[in-house]
Ligand binder design. Structure first.
Ligand SMILES: Cc1ncc(COP(=O)(O)O)c(C=O)c1O
Length: 443
């Protein structure tokens, strides 16, 4: 029988004689390469060991003089786990709630087949903040999208009367909704699809931010289309912000053709774009909305689908479920993640500090027009895109930013996204932007 010996905590955590606190960045890399799936290519020579404050990571980097040692440096977190930590790392209100919940309230886990009292709190908070009739809790972001997809199909069949095998769900080109088979069936990114087919049928894509293409498709096949599933701002595609009137036109067309508007707010929700939810920027209200990431306050994976009563009500007992979706601890974390968004005015912070960051980035673009092509963003979901030239490489920028004490990561080859915690202060934004300026100058 195989066994494993695990002891200690923190840097003393030891697994089969290997003490975590003694490993260098290259040791970690070797273990990951040998023992882990190679589905990520993380930045090299850097391993995060803890956080210092809501926007500062402590990271281990190779010792300049001794390969067997490491040094610790501070990094301003310019990404906050792709918007999963909008409330800032270790947000005190959420941490206090979790500790109190586990130590004093004492209800970590029960299944959905028996009620627990914290579900009510979460449902009240989540319907309250979204202004939606009903909410269904899930765990990962992709699960909220996948459930919106399932609900769309069922609504198309039950309510719109489309024959089951003919139902079409429309998506936008350049989308990112996660990594499940349904999500990559909608994706047009070859890297995430290659070798994973056959894909789900009944999906059609239109160009993002193109009302005419959508209208033509609706005219042609509207009687068979159940929903248009779309990100209000495309995050992974490089922070693509649509025209101001795009979504009012989309919402009008959806209503006209009796098609659900299902928005994926996994990355754009929870104050990120300067509003609690990005659809509010455009003055529309989706019929279904998926949220994730910051819904768990950077502490637990929490996601949910929110929507209109008649739409969510197509779900019946046995048609959907999740062991950890809305379990007591997640319900508590989800409730407090919403409380922090409201009490700490995260959307307002994102609006103010986002405007400040965009102004600085535009200044850098003005100074280096031969290097930076475009600066984009809403609130604190921002990005700069460089011209397509060999020396203007996003990965190189990410690596060099590390040397300037900043963690940010390219999306595609020429775009670098900046999405720090919504609790970030102006001083930290200054340090972040100074690093960007130096790196861009040196390219
Ligand atoms: C818009 C959008 N939807 C869905 C997801 C998937 O979320 P998760 O990785 O938690 O499954 C992401 C992740 O980046 C996202 O940006």
């Amino acid at each position: 029988m195989t066994s494993v010996n695990i002891s200690g905590y923190g840097d003393g955590l030891t697994v089969d004689g290997i003490c975590i606190g003694e490993l260098t960045p290259s040791d970690h890399e070797s273990i990951e390469k040998e023992k882990g799936g190679q589905n990520y290519s993380p930045l090299e020579n850097v391993v995060v060991s803890k956080v210092k404050d809501s926007s500062t990571l402590i990271a281990r980097r190779p010792h300049p003089d001794d390969v067997k040692k490491f040094i610790e440096t501070e990094l301003i977190d310019g990404l906050c786990c792709y918007s999963a930590v909008n409330q800032g790392q270790l947000n005190q209100t959420i941490v206090d709630a979790v500790v109190k919940h586990l130590n004093e309230e004492k209800l970590p886990t029960v299944p959905r087949s028996i009620r627990h009292k914290y579900m009510s709190a979460f449902l009240l908070a989540a319907t309250g903040i979204t202004g939606m009739d009903k909410v269904v809790p899930k765990v990962a972001g992709v699960e909220s999208w996948e459930l919106s997809f399932k609900i769309s199909r069922r609504w198309g069949f039950y309510k719109k009367g489309i024959p089951e095998e003919e139902i079409i769900i429309v998506g936008a080109k350049g989308n990112f909704h996660g990594r499940s088979v349904a999500a990559i069936s909608m994706s047009d990114d070859e890297e995430s699809r290659a070798g994973f087919g056959p894909f789900l049928p009944g999906i059609e894509l239109v160009p993002y931010n193109d009302v005419n293409s959508l209208e033509n498709l609706f005219k042609d096949k509207g009687d068979r289309i159940a929903s248009f599933m779309v990100e209000p701002i495309q995050g992974e595609a490089g922070v693509i912000v649509p025209n101001d009137d795009y979504f009012t036109k989309v919402a009008y067309l959806c209503k006209k053709y009796n098609i659900l508007l299902a928005m994926d707010e996994v990355q754009t929700g929870f104050g990120r774009t300067g509003m609690n939810f990005a659809h509010q920027l455009f003055g529309v209200k989706p019929d279904l909305m998926g949220c994730g990431k910051a819904a768990g306050g950077g502490i637990l994976p929490v996601s949910f689908v929110a929507g209109r009563k008649d739409v969510i009500d197509v779900l019946t007992p046995g048609s959907e479920g999740s062991t950890f979706g809305g379990y007591p601890l997640a319900s508590v974390v989800g409730t407090y993640a919403i409380k922090v968004m409201v009490d700490e005015q995260l959307a307002e912070n994102a609006r103010n500090n986002g405007a400040y960051l965009l102004e600085i980035l535009n200044g850098i673009k003005k100074d280096f027009p031969d290097k930076i092509k475009e600066v984009r963003g809403k609130g604190l979901l921002t990005a700069f895109e460089m011209h397509s030239e060999k020396h203007l490489d996003g990965h190189k920028v990410s690596v060099q930013l590390l040397n300037h004490g900043v963690y940010a990561k390219e999306t595609h080859h020429t775009t670098v996204r900046l999405a720090p915690a919504l609790t970030i202060n102006k001083n930290q934004i200054d340090r972040l932007s100074e690093a960007i300026r130096s790196v861009i100058k040196g390219l």
